[in-house]
Ligand binder design. Sequence first.
Ligand code: 5AD
Ligand code: FES
Length: 335
Amino acid sequence: MTHDEIIRHLESPDPRELFAEADRVRRSVVGDEVHLRGLIEFSNVCARDCLYCGLRRSYNGVKRYTMSLEEIFTAVRDAAGIGYPSVVLQSGESAQYSVADIGGLVRRIKSELGVAVTLSIGEKTRAEYAALKESGADRYLLRFETSSEVLFRELKPDSSRMARMQCLAWLREVGFQVGSGVMVGLPGQTPAMIADDILLMQALDLDMIGIGPFIANPHTPLGDRKSGTLDLTLRTVALLRIITRNTHIPATTAMGSIEQGGREKALACGANVLMPNVTPTQYRSHYQLYPGKICIKDQPGDCSLCVAAMLGRMGRRVAAGPGHSLKPRTRDGGV
Ligand code: 5AD
Ligand code: FES
């Protein structure tokens, strides 16, 4: 699809045909199964100052927490007990844990629990990524957030688009299944920029693509800006499904937070993954990147039941296996 065609779909008066086409592609290419990844937000300490994020270092209004390695392991064991074949370990970017700590944790998870492990812990050196891969981690998520050089510089003052791209290249080189993505509806983001984002995600040949609407957080410098919309986010999901075909695309928490039923809508226009929260309940309220986040008061078991009911209503099945990449390149890769 060309840049112009993408813009036309982003701006068309009625997206229903786009959504229906994405749903057809989803069904024929990745099927009715939905992969579940239990999400553990294990620390909200962050050294960065991204303008959109409620965990940015200059915000003092949040109680910072750092789960111990033992607590994280217990949370993963609970996730495995619930039946999730795959977990995502996410945190702010900080030096709270050494790469050796995280690597040791991953080794223990892999040997004792055997679940697939995705890390989402930010920018590291190539050697650190290699060590994390060596420890047995399967996948890594690192959103590039926006393909616009200008927007990136404004929104992520401590990083650069180039550094982010370098990290994504390293993650691929060391053998991870790689996920990336963007926020939709960022202040100053145009449809042309979103079209650039989509084409860049296609060019990166990602194994997973996680996107969500920007949700203005009153505790950040972007607090009085307009949030993105679910509609534009869903159009982006649909286009990504049609263009990239066999990518794992989650219906993300931000989609369910900006509008009730948002995740269901995403599952109906291209998404095939859900990431139910398994963070211990006492920490959840402290991991608010944006206001209105769902599941803040729920227990891991609540989210599991909620998600099972959601899929039941939609006539979709829970996938059984770990849900590795569907790309031929990595199909024979790590287990
Ligand atoms: N609104 C929506 N998504 C956000 N993220 C961070 N802050 C916000 C916000 N205000 C997203 C970023 C990050 C992911 C973990 O959460 O895309 O990569
Ligand atoms: Fe957490 Fe629905 S997924 S309560």
